[in-house]
Design a protein around this ligand. Structure first.
Ligand code: FAD
Length: 316
């Protein structure tokens, strides 16, 4: 069996779900080692990583690792690649994860695959490319495979590993210290799950009609315990904040269920959601392109359909 490095994503010391997914995936391919970048690894967090398969937990606890933007994480992983010769490195295909992956690929002279939605034997990855226009199966041909995997691609499953914690000293280059973090502003955490990680996403588009009407979308999302998303038409109109935009220039989501209400299904929107397991479209135009992609479609006015759906779900 071979070692696979998994870069841990965490918030305030709490391991994010995507990391548990990556560990589960890594466990199916080899021996996962979690890489904790920065201070704050608690016994509880280490135990969680072990529970989901980490045989080792590399703890790079230096404050410096989080004092600078992205580059230290790539240097830390490059150092571990040189020291441990892992079979592969897995990171989450988040904005930061993808940047770490790209930098790491350059540093280790390796190939990189981003937006993978599955990784199989021999590190062959199913990948969504060209803004989601094409799905391909690809394999890194040079160096250590570095693969950024989309959240929600693998259901997390406990499968205990040894979880041996090993301290790692990091020697950052001057180049890694080029951009210093001067302030961290916590985003208000709502009751809803985080968009990129949510198992269910309910998104609204231009068809929603106004900022006020987004309460209809939020109502359905809350009934389902889902995150709210929006098309660019809706965010550009100021109806919903930009951080919730799904698509090529917004967030990429891969939930179990994606409900698109009043969204036409433009290629740039599809780029961010077409790897969802099940897609439901609600649109009053039967010719809307979103129906080509949808597993289930409702032709109708979302202002009638969505509240009825919410009511039905609330009854259960
Ligand atoms: P529209 O295309 O106007 O569709 C609205 C839909 O709502 C229609 O199908 C209509 O039939 C339906 N509708 C109207 N009223 C109702 C009703 N009452 N009930 C039910 N259905 C109704 N877009 C993104 O979403 N994300 C991106 O990241 C993104 N990035 C882009 C990047 C670039 C470089 C470019 C050029 C464009 C990008 N776009 C992006 C924009 C994209 O091309 C589309 O313009 C956008 O996705 C359209 O949003 P929409 O589907 O909400 O609006």
């Amino acid at each position: 069996m071979s070692e696979i490095l998994v870069l841990v994503e965490q918030v305030d010391g709490e391991v994010k779900k995507v990391t548990l997914e990556l560990l589960t995936l890594a466990k199916s391919l080899g021996e996962p080692s979690a890489v904790w970048a920065g201070p704050g690894l608690s016994d509880a967090a280490a135990a969680k990583l072990a529970e989901y398969g980490a045989d080792k937990v590399y703890n790079a606890a230096a404050q410096e690792v989080v004092d600078y933007v992205v580059a230290p994480k790539a240097e830390l992983l490059a150092q571990l690649v040189a020291d441990k010769s892992p079979a592969a490195v897995l990171v989450a295909a988040t904005a930061e994860g993808k940047e770490v992956a790209g930098r790491l690929a350059v540093k280790t002279d390796s190939g990189v695959i981003t937006d993978a939605v599955g990784v199989g034997e021999g590190f062959v990855a199913d990948q969504s490319i060209f803004g989601g226009g094409v799905n391909v199966r690809s394999k890194v041909a040079k160096g250590t495979p570095i693969i950024a995997v989309r959240p929600n691609s693998t259901p997390p499953a406990p499968n205990a590993g040894a979880g041996a914690v090993e301290e790692v000293a990091v020697a950052l280059s001057e180049a890694a210290k080029a951009a210093r973090v001067v302030e961290r502003v916590k985003q208000e955490k709502g009751a809803r799950p985080e968009l990129a990680e949510a198992a269910i996403v309910v998104s609204g588009g231009r068809g929603v009609g106004s900022a006020e009407n987004f309460s209809v979308i939020e109502g359905l999302a809350d009934a389902l315990g889902a995150a709210v998303g929006a098309s660019r038409a809706a965010t550009d109109a100021g109806w919903y904040p930009h951080q919730f935009q799904v698509g090529q220039t917004g967030k990429t989501v891969s939930p179990q269920l994606y409900i698109a209400a009043g969204i036409s299904g433009a290629i740039q929107h599809r780029a961010g959601m077409q790897t969802a397991k099940t897609i439901v479209a609600i649109n009053k135009d039967p010719e809307a392109p979103i129906f080509e992609l949808a597993d289930y479609g409702v032709v109708g006015d979302l202002h009638q359909v969505v509240p009825q759906l919410t009511e039905e779900i609330d009854k259960r």
